[in-house]
Design a protein around this ligand. Sequence first.
Ligand SMILES: [Zn+2]
Length: 338
Amino acid sequence: MAKKNQIDELRASVNALKSDSKKSKSNNKQGKKQPKAAEIPAKSKNAKAAKQNKPQTNLNSKAGKKVKRAQPVKSGEIKLNQNKPQRKSKADVPAQAKRKKQGGQKKSPATPLRIAFLGGINEVGKNMTLYEYKDDIIIVDCGLAFPEPDMFGVDMVIPDFTYVEKNIDRVRGIIITHGHEDHIGGLAYLLKSCKIPVYATRLTVGLIQGKLREHNLLSSSELNEVRPGDTIRLGGFSVEMIHVNHSIPDAIGLAVTCGAGTVVQTGDFKIDSTPIDGGMIDIARFAQIGNNGVLALLSDSTNAERPGFTESERKVGESFEILFRRAGKNRIIAFSRL
Ligand SMILES: [Zn+2]
């Protein structure tokens, strides 16, 4: 009985809420869906319109591979500004409103750093990040993703480059953090339409060269070799390369600095205290940069929710030795390139 009473009470309160919301909507002729549409920022409306006008582009490479250009990520953009800290709690709101009411002269806001993701968020693959400050844009990574099971006839998926193509005059360079497919696999398709200088470490440059040769782009592309510890200047940005460990050698993380402050992007990394080559991740440098203050840390998150730690790459080699010995002459070797 007690339960029945509770249910009745709940029903009564739901009905009360319903009638309240009806009242508030009585002036709204468009009905239920209107508020939802109003919530969509103008930008995504445009993106939606663009989507309708422009069907998905299929770029077919010489190798006959079918490539699908992904749709832009809807909400993959953040704005950062050190001089104007983000509102932390509702308690800040009245204080700000007060200042406005007092009629104090509005300070012109400092230029924010905008970071947009054309891929690599909520997915494994097609990593591509844009940093935009004043008139300058730099790009980090340009990867591909492998098709979902329902993408019949599609061999690979690449980010939607439309925004880069439209703003090519402002793009100062692209930095590649390491040579895995989900970080370099889309580069040839981008360089086909956009001439952008590329910066990467030695092994990564080598792997990119192979890809560009395949697409007949090697001679027309600008590849620059960088080393961990180097800092390069790209328009209003300076980008420092920081050595990290990963399952591929020569991987780097980045400290991206502009007038608004510094953002650290780790790239894919692991903390390997016994790496096969290249030395351990430069934790000390990350700590120094952290002490100086950063706007944001963009960190690799694969397996971040799994407890424990990843074994050293050295362990992988030891396991291979054991497996090969056990298998004798019978071996089938498969590679993962992520
Ligand atoms: Zn990787």
